[in-house]
Design a protein. Sequence first.
Length: 253
Amino acid sequence: MIKTKTGLPRPIKRRVVMSNLTTDESRFQPRQNGVQENHVAHLCDVLKRGEDFDRLSVWEDPQSKELIVADGHHRLEALQRERPDSKLEVDVFHCSYHVALEIPLADNRKNRLSLRYEEKANWAWKLNVEGERSKREVAKICGVSERTVANQRKTMKLLEETDQLLPDNWRDALRLAQGREKDEWTDEDRDAWREAAIAKADEAFGANLTELFRRWPDAAMELVERCAGPDAFADALDYLGWQKSDDDFVDPF
């Protein structure tokens, strides 16, 4: 395998029309759960106060010349909601895709939502699969230990020796290397997971949410909508049996 030069080049600041930006979350989104609505709501509040964000980090595909958002998906979502017709300044990186994979794991900046360890480990797995870097480089880029990177490379070698297709994430790679297939969930499994998730959330913030509903139910509903986003909030109201009026939702309170 030919070793590829690594290290992000200095980006070039460019002013672009927002509609000219594209996204490719399968290649440039380490977060497993995609867009988190409560963080987008916070960023929308920032824009409503007349403040701005750090510039989005954009990779220009050398072949297609597409401008693909590599870091800043939550900021882009907020901008599309609050300033959909605006132009904005972005940092454009000119480099290979192999090098561009470092952009989402660059140092945290203002208004940046921190990655969980599992997401960092998955991105380390992605870097190991996509191209050749030293263990130290991958560990530094992703914020994981060199031991984790070494384990991933050992697992990757084992899967390649047995002609296994390499999975997209580290957890599935471990499962496959250990001879365990992806389990199909039964209805009982899903119910058990759902109950555990509710219990965990209740323990974390159930008391505070209960108090908020008791004292300011409208504020509690606003919080739920901020966290869920308008579409999921509408689905939740429908699940609870609330019907839409001609103009808006029926106020449940």
